[in-house]
Each structure stands twice: as C-alpha cells, then as structure tokens.
Design a protein around this ligand. Structure first.
Ligand code: ADP
Ligand code: MG
Length: 676
C-alpha cells in the first residue's frame, strides 16, 4: 500500500529512468503526483458508427480489428503501420505513424475503441494515427496531461491510476465547516475525480473543490503576511526634506511624482509602518520618487535599503543615486552577489555601525547575515520579480520598518486589490514632460538591410541601439530562431562591421554583464545585442532604436517593458518589431504595440488576445505558481475564498486549531516554493 509521502519509485511500473522523467516535472512523491492535474479531457463515451458521422469529424468508434498489421518502412526513422477495422457495417483503414509499441500490441479479431478524426469519402473511411485502446477499458473520459517529450500523457495517466488504486483514502485538508458552507466534495473524491471523472459533473465538482482550496491557501498566506506588519512603528520621521531634495534634481518633479512622495511621507509620519505600492508605467520616473523618500528618511536619521531584481539594475541605481545625492554627505554602498568577500565584510561592518546610509543591492541584501543599525525604509524596485517571501523577509529586517514596492507591471484593478490587499497604492499616471512618442513598426526580415542602414545612420549621428533576441532553450527551436550570440557574431562581420557591438545575455557572469552594460551606458558600445535581461529598468537615454527579433515570441507586456528602454531622452525614438510569423493572431498582437503606448491599455488588450491563463502564466506577479486556479477566470471563487480566509483568521489567527492544521501546512508548502 502507498501513502502520499511514498516516493514515486514505489509505484509499480516506475523504474529509475521513468522516475527521472517525473522528477523533471517536479514530481517526486505520490503527493506531488496526484496533484499533477490533467490539462483537459477527451470524452470517449459518446461512441458512433461510421455511418453516423461526417468527413472530418472527431469521433469515438467501437471496432474490431480485421486484418493483421502491415509494416511499411518509408525511410529511416519513418515507419507506417496499416490495418483494417470494422464497426460491424463499415470498414475503416487505419494508419499508424512510427508507433511500434502500439502496432505490436494490436491483436486481430479483438475489440477496440478508436478515437480521432475520420476521413470519409463515398467508398472508404480512414483514420490516421487515431488513439486506440481495448474496448473494455477505453470507453471513458480520458485525462490529458501536459506531457513532456518522453513522458506521454498516457504514461502519466497509467502511473497515476496505479498510484490511486493503491492509495487509501487521501487525508482531508479542509474542515467540515468549510466544506459544508461552500458545498465542496472531499479531497479524496476530488483527487480521484479530477484524474478519472465518470462524467462531466465529476470533473466540475473536483475542479471546484481544488480551485477553492488553492485560492483559499493563497489568500490565507497573503493575509497572514500582511497582518504581520500591522504593529505600531517606533520610527520617527518628523521632518519632510522634499523641498531640499528637489533642489538636487536637474528637472522638476511631475505632479504625480510630487503627490506620490507626499503620500509616502505622510504614511511614514503615522503610527503604523508604511506599506505602499507605487505603480507607474515604464519611464514614469519611479526612481526619483524612491530617491525623494530615501532622502527624507536618511535626513531623519535612519538607514534605507533599495533592492533591485538584477545586478545590472542595482548597479545602475547605485550610479544614478550616487550622482543625484552627490554633495549631500549621504554614504551609499552597493552590495550584490558578486561583491568581493572582503568588501562585503567591510560593508556589513559599516552597516551595523550605521556609517552607511543607503544600501543598494540585489536580494543579497536580505540574507540573514546582513544587519543594519537602524533601518527605517526598504524599497523594492520592479517588485514583480521578487517573490512574496522575499518581500516579507526584507520587512523582517527592521522593527516594523516602512516598505515601498515599485512596480511597472500593469495589473487589472480588481486583481490588484486582491493581490495587494491592504497595501496602499500610489500611481504615477503622468510621464515626465518632453517625452517623445515612440514610433513603433512591425516588419518582416525582408526589411533587414534597410533596417541596418537605418541603425547605422542613427549610430553615425551618435545615438545608440538595442537589438533584442528571444531566449532560446530548446535545441529544436534554434533552427528557426537566432540566439543573441549568433546574431551578434553575424552582424559584427556584416552589417555593423567597424562598429562597436556589445553582447549581453543571461548566461554571462554578473561582472561581464556589468561591464558590457557600463560600456553601453557610457557610449563605448554603440549597438547592444541582448536577450531580455535588459527588460527591467535599464536607463540609457541616448539609446533611440530598439529592434526586437522574433517579436511574436514575446508577450505584449514584455514588449512594452522592452520598448520602455528607449524614448528616455529628448530624441525621436523608434521601436521595430521584426517577425516572420505568418499567423494572423501573432500579427494582430504586434499591431497592438503599434497602436498603443499605455501599459495598462496594452495589458488589457494582451489579456483579450491571449486569455488569462497565459497572462498570468508568466508569473509576473511574484506570487506562488498556481496549479489549477486561474486568478482571472476564477475571480468569483477568489472573492469567496477571501471571505472564507478572513473568517478563518478571525477565529484562529495562528491556525493552531486542529481543524486548520492542514491548511497551515499547505500555506507553508505553497509559499515555500516561490523563489525567484
Ligand atoms: P521608471 O519609472 O521606468 O523606473 P525612471 O525612474 O528610470 O523610470 O525614469 C525614467 C527617466 O526619466 C530617467 O532618465 C529620469 O532621469 C527621467 N525623469 C524622471 N523624472 C523626471 C521629471 N520629473 N522630469 C524629467 N525627467 C524625469
Ligand atoms: Mg525603474
């Protein structure tokens, strides 16, 4: 007998090789296996005869095999197997491609079910590579799993079936009260039905229960994280130094920036720690807002920390803020994963001493051994790149310190309210003046030569250019898509011979990345060929052209972030989306980029074009990945679970009660797995 903690190796039919395949899907024990849900189902229960269906229909047919399998080797690596079936009246010619395993298993005069598309002409009926199962087991609703290469959906289904057959009742995780109140079936039934539903209603009930539990766990986790911060703060931010701060800037703050700074300072002068989200489209000037409140906090005698998602961005903030706050006597240091050990030690010592006023860095600055003397404020930039857990761990560094998270990811409003709960929100809805509209064009690679000339002309005028390539992981994809390395190499020999080309991609060492970025930022590198590592926050105002290769492979919000890297100075900027995709859908999506420049608008259109699953599939929100729920489609359940979570915490805030024990474990599990 198995239990949920058993390793998958204990399941019959799972040997070492197969176990490896499961590991790569993140499945190691029975528990993770049974929570690996089907993506969809195929209903094989509605059987038809050939006479009843039309050419091109997708059908299920009961049929007997009436001729033995004939093998035809077409060429190396391509074998066809042909045989005939009869449904009692009509004959069906079946062709199977390459599936030796299936072909060998078929027995003449046995009864089968065939599932697939039928081709029918006046005289014949045929099916090409139908799915085939024995009649006695085949007529049911088949789960379809997200298969991966060698591990087919069928194989996954078999292993799950074996596991469930050898598993006692799965322990219940929701209390009786909740199940009654929200009319939810037991976990045991839900798990068995989600994999092997007997009818549509089975699957529906199972999904409903599992989605509810997942969203409830999410809500409870978030609510708990937030309420941890509700204690009063001993910090005293008395004076507002914004007026003095503005004299340091080479420009005037926009009205929106001013208002955001005011809101933050008002928060910090209150009894409770600030807990605020600053949302602003790319280029809206969030950094200046951050600098403004950091200035006031430091002048009131407290340290501040600014955390960025990448080393490049941290380094850039370090330079920008050092320049901005020059001559004020404020001591700023940079701490990242690649800071040398000796330097790190010094920085840490100075932090405890209180000699450093502002520490800028990556998540290296939230490691346990980094201690501050009197930390007052923590700002995280581009917050969607950080997990909730990291946010929380940072907030624990000080005693009820003030926190501000800055985000450029437009999230539909209703969702924002739920995800960020009782966070206060400031919005920068105004761009700094003098910004030029970026001109965006969609072209195919036939325009390459013209495009390169256009770039050379701009570079000759002293401007700079980004060329972005998608990240390619699969070797198969390499055939159609050029990697940044390949393209840089090629262009250096051809179109941009004699120009200074830089290359930036994710696999480079942080130090290398930093030096390339520096060279681009001071103009030594004229054309930067890069992957999306430049997506977040990089600021080089002299860059006026952004070319995005294979643009169809990017999400619109991502394209928008990328495009935000140009149009930062006062020169006319151009974004060129290169795509050879023939799909109309892809083309329409790219045209949205041409049409709109507002991030929120683009996010909405993106949502419409792609559907919510994909939108949130990118994990842009810094929340745990969800297995079954969809935050947009299941918004009503999300609301229900929000109420339910509040009720639970009201009665049992620490989740100490026996009936809440399982929920408590699930929260730990869900939030443990988020890492970025
Ligand atoms: P983001 O919100 O994307 O982080 P940044 O803070 O990087 O935007 O600012 C984008 C650019 O706008 C920077 O070059 C910055 O110096 C400039 N900037 C910010 N605020 C103003 C302003 N009020 N007036 C003019 N330029 C500004
Ligand atoms: Mg920024």
């Amino acid at each position: 007998m198995l239990n949920t903690e058993s390793s998958i190796r204990f399941i019959k039919g799972v040997g070492e090789k197969r176990a490896e395949l499961f590991y790569s899907l993140g499945i190691s024990d029975v528990d993770s296996l049974i929570h690996f849900y089907p993506r969809k189902y195929e209903d094989w229960t509605n059987t038809k005869t050939v006479a009843e269906v039309n050419d091109g229909d997708n059908i299920t047919i009961k049929a007997t095999m009436i001729t033995p399998v004939k093998e035809h080797m077409i060429r190396r690596g391509m074998t066809l197997y042909k045989c005939r079936f009869s449904d009692g009246e009509s004959i069906i010619n079946v062709t199977i491609f390459n599936n030796q395993y299936l072909a060998k298993a078929l027995r003449i005069y046995e009864d089968y079910v065939l599932f697939g598309k039928i081709e029918k002409s006046f005289t014949t009926a045929s099916m090409s590579s139908p799915k085939i199962e024995k009649l006695d087991t085949g007529i049911r609703i088949h789960p379809i799993y997200p298969a991966s290469g060698k591990l087919t959906s069928n194989a996954i289904a078999k292993v799950i079936k074996t596991a469930l057959d050898n598993l006692d009742t799965i322990p219940e995780t929701l209390s009786e009260d909740i199940r009654k109140k929200y009319d939810l079936i037991s976990l045991d039934s839900a798990i068995r039905q989600i994999h092997f539903p007997k009818c549509e209603k089975d699957a529906y009930d199972a999904r409903r229960r599992l989605i509810f539990e997942e969203l409830l766990t999410l809500q409870l986790g978030l609510l708990k994280l937030k309420s941890n911060k509700k204690s009063e703060t001993p910090l005293k931010i008395i004076n507002d130094y914004t007026a003095r701060f503005t004299t340091l800037l080479p420009y005037q703050l926009t009205g929106a920036q001013q208002k955001a700074i005011e809101q933050c300072i008002k928060d910090m002068q209150g009894r409770y720690p600030m807990n605020r989200l600053l949302q602003g489209d790319v280029g809206s000037g969030k950094t200046a807002v951050a600098a403004g409140i950091i200035f006031t906090v430091i002048k009131n005698g407290y340290q501040s920390a600014l955390m960025a998602p990448t080393e490049i961005l941290a380094a850039q903030h370090f330079e920008g803020l050092s320049k901005m706050l020059k001559g004020t006597g404020i001591n700023i240091q940079l701490l990242t994963g690649s800071t040398k050990a000796k330097e790190k030690r010094e920085i840490k010592a100075q932090l405890i001493d209180g000699k450093i006023d502002l520490l800028i860095g990556t998540h290296a600055i939230i490691q346990n051994d980094v201690e501050f003397k009197n930390l007052g404020l923590v700002i995280t930039d581009e917050q969607h790149r950080f997990g909730v857990k990291q946010r929380a761990s940072l907030a624990n560094k000080g005693h009820a310190i003030h926190t501000l998270v800055m985000s450029a990811t437009p999230i539909p409003r209703t969702l924002g309210l739920i995800l960020y709960g009782d966070l206060d929100i400031s919005i920068l809805d105004e761009l700094p003046p003098g910004r030029q509209e970026i001109r965006t064009d969609v072209v195919d690679s036939r325009y390459n030569q013209r495009l390169y000339k256009f770039i050379r002309d701009a570079v000759d005028r002293g401007e700079q250019c980004y060329i972005i390539c998608p990240m390619v992981e699969d070797s198969e994809e390499l055939l159609n898509v050029k990697s940044a390395e390949q393209l840089a190499e090629e262009l250096a020999q051809t179109a941009f011979k004699g120009y200074n080309l830089g290359l930036l991609h994710g696999k480079m060492k942080p130090k290398e990345k930093e030096s390339v970025m520096k060279a681009f930022s001071n103009g030594d590198v004229q054309i930067l060929v890069a992957t999306t590592v430049v997506e977040v926050g990089v600021d080089v105002p002299n860059a006026t052209i952004m070319v995005i290769e294979n643009a169809e492979r990017f999400g619109l919000s991502q394209l928008h972030q990328l495009r935000g890297r140009i149009g930062r100075g006062n020169k006319k900027s151009f974004c060129v989306l290169v795509s050879d995709s023939e799909s109309e859908n892809a083309r329409n999506r790219l045209m949205i980029m041409k049409k709109y420049s507002d991030g929120f608008r683009i996010a909405d259109e993106d949502l419409k074009a792609r559907g919510p699953g994909d939108f949130f599939g990118e994990r842009q929100h810094g929340l745990p990945a969800l297995k079954i729920a969809d935050m947009l489609e299941d918004i009503e359940t999300l609301h229900l679970t929000q109420d339910c979570a509040r009720d639970i915490l009201k009665e049992d805030f620490n989740l100490d009660l026996q009936k809440n024990k399982h929920l408590c474990d699930s929260i730990t599990k869900m939030f443990r797995n988020i890492e970025y």
